[in-house]
Design a protein around this ligand. Structure first.
Ligand code: SF4
Length: 246
């Protein structure tokens, strides 16, 4: 039986996809985003081993809360790294009619067609829209994530895009204008979420004894993003846009 390495669970998530969702955070990530607030998910060792059957049993228990919109979101870390587990669990969710989201930066271990064929929605984290900016933020080449993103579009899977806005790094008008131009070239985008940078994960760096790369950067003011948030989501009411980013 295939098992996954699970970092943690959130049983009633409201922000990672539509409706009420169970969020399963998978262990392991190869990126090193400057602003990552979950460095404890990076190592591929660690996490708790749970079989596909065990995870499905938990999802069935939460199912009454999902209603017509909710379901399960696989997040991380980077869920795509656990290729076999993800392929199997997504297929089982599809068989049982549970709506699935992948919360991903697209830097996994291949096998994306198999994974995506049973995925209902992709929450894709755009780290940056230029190669240089992507490398600066993540420490890696954008090639893998661009490959993943093209497959999502080719397969016609709906996309929700996310982008973390960091003061002094990705908050200036020129950058946001460039981001918006890039987003307009993508197919299947249903919404865009600008996520204000926060410092809630900083204590984890101290505990893990690793230097925090953005130690002098203040949190991003969410209000300052309202105009862009509205511009990037022309069909959604402003109130909703604002509340979701708090
Ligand atoms: S992709 Fe996510 S988990 Fe991985 S380093 Fe970046 S922010 Fe952290």
């Amino acid at each position: 039986m295939i098992s996954g390495k699970i970092h943690s669970w959130e049983s009633m998530g409201l922000v990672d996809g539509p409706g009420i969702r169970t969020v399963v955070f998978l262990q392991g990530c190869r990126l090193r985003c400057l602003y990552c607030h979950n460095p404890d998910t990076w190592a591929k060792e660690g996490g708790t081993l749970e079989t596909v059957d065990e995870v499905m049993a938990r999802l069935r228990r939460f199912r009454p809360y999902y209603g017509t919109e909710g379901g399960v979101t696989f997040s991380g870390g980077e869920p795509l790294l656990q290729r076999e587990f993800l392929t199997e669990i997504l297929s089982r969710c599809r068989q049982e009619g549970i709506h699935t989201c992948l919360d991903t930066a697209g830097c996994g271990a291949g096998g994306y067609e198999e994974i995506l064929k049973n995925t209902d929605l992709v929450l894709f984290d755009i780290k940056h829209y230029t190669e240089e900016g992507y490398r600066r933020i993540t420490g890696r080449s954008p090639e893998e994530s661009l490959h993943f993103l093209s497959l999502v579009q080719e397969m016609g899977i709906p996309l929700w895009l996310r982008h973390v806005v960091v003061p002094g790094l990705t908050d200036n008008e020129e950058h946001l204008e460039g981001l918006w131009s890039y987003i307009q070239t993508l197919r299947g985008v249903q919404r865009v979420e600008l996520l204000p940078y926060h410092t809630l994960g900083v204590h984890k760096y101290a505990r893990m004894q690793i230097p925090y790369p953005l130690k002098d950067v203040p949190p991003q003011d969410a209000e300052a993003l309202t105009r862009w948030q509205e511009r990037m989501n022309p069909h959604k009411p402003c109130k909703e846009n604002k509340e979701e980013n708090q």
